[in-house]
Design a protein around this ligand. Structure first.
Ligand SMILES: [Zn+2]
Ligand SMILES: [Zn+2]
Length: 309
């Protein structure tokens, strides 16, 4: 008799590939029928390069981690490692709790790759896309993909989720990433209600704005609750969905932002110190941020050393 775990283990790749292709096709069609924004770069150029990076990442992952996350979950269960292998709970509870907790870990990971300058260098490859569509959802630098996988393995060792939960989680993350990066028009009323349950395209698009305060909002990939709970939720972009600028201020040329070669070298370009967390900002009396002090600005020091002039 073949056990469900064995079935999933031996068909994991085909299950995930089928969902990927099915949802990709639906989103691609939806983008053709009801696009939200006009694309600024040729679709052929962006898609061939974004998907080229996806194939490269898939190849690297299969080479480095042939057992993948399900293999790690099966191994943990054999060893009796992790919370849900240690304490007996109902399978339904273990599955639901595991999926929710793994999604929370992804949220925290996403906040961290924005907060830590060296990790932002990797993650900005995802953000540098000059347009926002279904292929944006899967473009990540290979090093970030490997790092994500290692974090996922560590989470599985500690959590001991059922193998089924890991497959559900991976399929859900992949499916929602394609959905919420979709360049698709969704009825505002539907969007308003749907985003109580799921991150919608309009919700995640805010996160791809060139504006720092907007990009550092809406970190959730599947479940929208973490942003509301932890204070990173932002309803809409200031410029509106059609007019907002997508991408990163410093990478505007397609050669760098749209070609695989540019994406691969992007983490290694520029100074390490020029990012939000270690950059000075000030506010006027009303609390509005008025600007950014460049590193070399000759503003008086707060220690008052050369204030007399
Ligand atoms: Zn991000
Ligand atoms: Zn994104």
């Amino acid at each position: 008799m073949m056990d469900i775990n064995e079935f999933i283990m031996s068909n994991e790749a085909i299950i995930r590939l089928s969902f990927f292709l099915g949802i990709f096709a639906i989103m691609a069609l939806w983008e053709l029928v009801a696009p939200r924004r006009v694309l600024t770069v040729s679709k052929v150029l962006r898609w061939s390069n974004n998907l080229g990076l996806v194939f490269l990442n898939t190849f690297i992952l299969r080479l480095l981690f042939p057992a993948a996350a399900v293999g790690v979950a099966a191994f943990s269960s054999e060893q009796g490692w992790g919370l849900f292998n240690y304490y007996e709970v109902s399978p339904a509870l273990a599955i639901i709790a595991s999926v929710v907790i793994m999604d929370f870990v992804i949220y925290i990971q996403h906040v961290m790759v924005h907060a830590v300058p060296v990790l932002w260098r990797l993650h900005r490859v995802h953000h540098a896309d000059l347009d926002y569509d279904v292929t944006t959802g899967a473009r990540f630098h290979p090093i970030e993909i490997i790092l994500s996988m290692l974090i996922k393995f560590a989470t599985i060792f500690l959590l001991g989720p059922p193998v089924v939960a890991v497959v559900i989680f991976e399929v859900m993350l992949n499916a929602t990433a394609m959905f919420n990066h979709g360049n698709v028009r969704l009825n505002p009323v539907v969007d308003k209600w749907l985003r109580l349950l799921l991150v919608t395209p309009d919700m995640h698009r805010v996160h791809h704005s060139v504006e720092d305060d907007e990009t550092n909002s809406n970190f959730g990939f599947s479940l929208p609750w973490w942003d509301r709970l932890f204070g990173t939720y932002r309803d809409q972009p200031r410029g509106g969905h059609e007019n907002m600028t997508i991408g990163i201020r410093t990478f505007r040329e397609p050669k760098m932002a749209s070609w695989v070669s540019g994406m691969l070298v992007m983490p290694f370009i520029g100074k390490l110190s020029d990012y939000t967390i270690n950059r000075r900002q000030w506010s006027d009396e009303s609390g509005n941020c008025t600007g950014i002090v460049p590193d070399d600005a000759s503003t008086p020091s707060i220690h008052g050393d050369k204030n007399e002039k």
